[in-house]
Design a protein. Structure first.
Length: 103
């Protein structure tokens, strides 16, 4: 199945404790159906001090399910993603505006 959301996309959270927040996808895990979005679903992780790093409580962005994310269109609203052929190339487009996402 083609990827509707990719690394670098601006997304809106649709459900959960961070509903309404926006961010950029830093990584996608297609096998698990999850993505990591910076600033969203942040948990505190305690790390031990080593010779190279400072220990303490570090905020870490945890994976969030892809079904709880939606692409943000140029108007700043959530939109669904569709696919269409332009010439001989398959492109993603925003369903609300019809604009091509990746040219």
């Amino acid at each position: 199945m083609a990827a509707k959301l990719k690394k670098g996309d601006k997304v809106v959270v649709l459900a959960g404790k961070d509903k309404g927040k926006t961010g950029e996808i830093t990584s996608v895990m297609p096998a698990a159906g999850k993505a990591i979005v910076d600033g969203v679903n942040v948990a505190i992780r305690h790390t031990r001090q080593t010779q190279t790093t400072q220990g303490g409580r570090q905020p870490k962005a945890m994976p969030i399910d892809l079904s709880n994310l939606s692409l943000m269109d140029k108007n700043g609203k959530a939109t669904r993603v569709g696919f269409r052929m332009e010439g001989d190339k398959k492109v993603r487009f925003a369903k609300t505006t019809g604009d091509v996402i990746d040219a």
